[in-house]
Structure formats: C-alpha cells, structure tokens
Design a protein around this ligand. Structure first.
Ligand code: UDP
Length: 312
C-alpha cells in the first residue's frame, strides 16, 4: 500500500486530493496549519483508518514516521485576498516550506509534486500560455509575494531534481473552482456567487474585459493524479482552455443563481493579469488528459454547494 503526504490538505484543492488518494487505496497523511485551510473540508475523513491529520506549519522541520511514496505540496495561501493579507507567510511557505518538504521527500526517497500556478506567467505577453513561456511578473507588486514564491518553489524543485536526483513533478494550476472554495476568499467565483445569493451588487473589477479560463475541480484533480503517476519532470499546465471575460462570467453566475443582482464596476486591482488561458497540449499529449466538465455543469454543482454550506 502506498503512502502519500499532502501539505495544505485541508484546503480547497488539497482536500479533494486527499479524497482522490484515499479512493485510490493509499494511506494519506494530511498536513495543514489551518491558516487558510478548513477542517470541515476533511472532517468526513476523520476516523478513516487510512487517513491522518497533522496540524503543522511546514516552514518548520517536518517529521513523518515510516515510509512515504508521494508528497504533494499544496500548502500556501492561494487567493489574491489571502496573499495580500498574509504576504510574509505566503513567501515563507513557498520558499522555506518548499525547502522543508523537499527535504522530507529526499529523506523518504518519495516522489514530490509541487502545486505551482499560472501566476508564474504574471501578466502574460504570450497568449495562450505555453510551459516554455518565462512570464512577465512584477516582483515588487502586491501579487509578487505569491508569484515569486512559486517561481522560487519551481526553481528549488528543479534543483533537487537535478542535484539530488529527486523524482519531481510540477503542475501549473490555472483558475479552478468548485465545492469547498471559501465564500469570502475574494476570488471571482465565490465573490460573485455570494453577492448573487445575497441579492447584492456583483462587483466586477475594472471594465470586466480581462479574461480567465475556469477549470472544474474534478478535472484538475484528474490531471494532477495523472501527472503524479507520469514520469514528466518538466512543468505541466493543467486548466480548462475555455476563455471568458470576467463580465461574461459574472453574467453566467447571475443566471446560474436566478438572482436579480446588478453588475457594477469597481477599480481593477494592481497588476491584475489582462488575459489568461492555458495551452494544454503538453497535458494532452503526455497525460492523455482533457477537461470534461462544462462551465454550466460546474457552476450548477458549485452554486448548489454554496447554497447548502452557507444557508443562503
Ligand atoms: N474579480 C472581480 N470581482 C471580484 C473578484 C475578482 O471582477 O469580486 C476579477 C479579478 O480582478 C480578476 C478575475 O476576476 O480579473 C479573477 O480573479 P480571481 O481573484 O478569481 O483570480 P486571479 O485569476 O486574479 O488570480
């Protein structure tokens, strides 16, 4: 039986990965300091004989007894609101935390998978974004704490791969949504759904012409699982290439919630990328992966989750 460690396992993506690896028959050790994670995301796994939870900040030395086969490093604040509120913690978990988790992987001779991000491409000058693109990041802007931490995390991951021969995988995750997002995490989807369900104005930042490409969480988890089992050590984009403007997205949320909310326009945050769309040809050819869930289906499931969990 394989054992996997998931850092950030009580977060949105981490908790879905805990579910998937438990379903694959693995032992799962979830490590999270609950800074932005939520025990409710994993409470259904408490008491499972192949699941354990350790409350720990991975920027400090990590001790895990016994053999470990896979380590998935997902610990980090990951929404713009969170990393603006927690800039030092974001930098620390991407740098010191990644170093500690790589050290654990080396000690255990485990395969290490890094959760990286489309933010490494910054406000991209190449569209759609291919893995070969080096990006356009402002290191000293408000998003720099996240973008540069993840760029450092990629660099140190490749260094452990090249220098220590560690088996490493890097997934560059594009905008993802689904159940277990926090309604107050400041991202577009939970903000729009929360506002729509409360009948408040929907705040589209800027003129709403900036684009994103939204992937449903089950598709993302499938892509990450395939990458984990593959032998690809170069970064792989995982995301849904269907691109949409933020204004159109807000309109879709209004329809999906049957809301009477009006869309209003408020100032665009600094360094907000103007476009974002993954080129997924590498994932398609190496992993045989394609997203399957349409935005209509994904929004339906996600809105139902938010209604139920928030009572709105
Ligand atoms: N956005 C918005 N209203 C909100 C929250 C976000 O218009 O209440 C915009 C944001 O400026 C960005 C897009 O929606 O252009 C996606 O934002 P999100 O925070 O979800 O993720 P990002 O892709 O910026 O990391």
């Amino acid at each position: 039986m394989k054992t996997a460690v998931i850092t950030g396992g009580a977060g949105f993506l981490g908790s879905h990965l805990c579910d998937r690896l438990i379903a694959e028959g693995m032992n799962v050790i979830c490590i999270d300091n609950l800074l932005t994670g939520n025990p409710a995301n994993i409470s259904h796994l408490f008491g499972h004989d192949r699941f354990s939870f350790v409350k720990h900040d991975v920027t400090n030395f990590i001790h895990v007894p016994g053999d470990v086969d896979y380590i998935l490093h997902f610990a980090s604040p990951a929404s713009p609101i969170d990393y603006l509120k927690l800039p030092i913690q974001t930098l620390k978990v991407g740098s010191l935390g990644t170093h500690k988790v790589l050290g654990l992987a080396k000690e255990k001779k485990a395969r290490f998978l890094l959760a990286s991000t489309s933010e490494v491409y910054g406000d991209p000058l190449v569209h759609p974004q291919k893995e070969e693109y080096w990006g356009n990041v402002n290191p000293i802007g408000p998003r720099g704490v996240y973008d540069e931490a993840k760029r450092f995390a990629e660099a140190i991951t490749m260094a452990y791969h090249r220098y220590h021969n560690l088996e490493t995988r890097i997934v560059r995750i594009f905008n993802t949504y689904g159940p277990r997002m926090r309604l107050d995490d400041g991202r577009a989807l939970p903000s729009f759904v929360g506002q729509a369900l409360r009948g408040e104005d929907i705040t589209v930042f800027g003129d709403g012409s900036q684009t994103r490409s939204f992937c449903f969480v089950s598709d993302l988890v499938e892509g990450i699982f395939r990458l984990l089992l593959s032998d690809e050590s170069n970064p792989v984009n995982i995301g849904n290439p269907e691109e949409i403007t933020i204004q159109q997205f807000a309109e879709e949320v209004v329809r999906a919630t049957n809301s009477n909310s009006k869309i209003i326009f408020t100032p665009l945050p600094e360094d907000d990328p103007k476009v974002r769309q993954p080129d997924i040809s590498r994932a398609q050819s190496i992993l045989g992966w394609n997203p399957k869930i349409t935005r209509q289906e994904g929004l339906f499931t996600t809105v139902a989750y938010f209604r139920k969990s928030s009572g709105l």
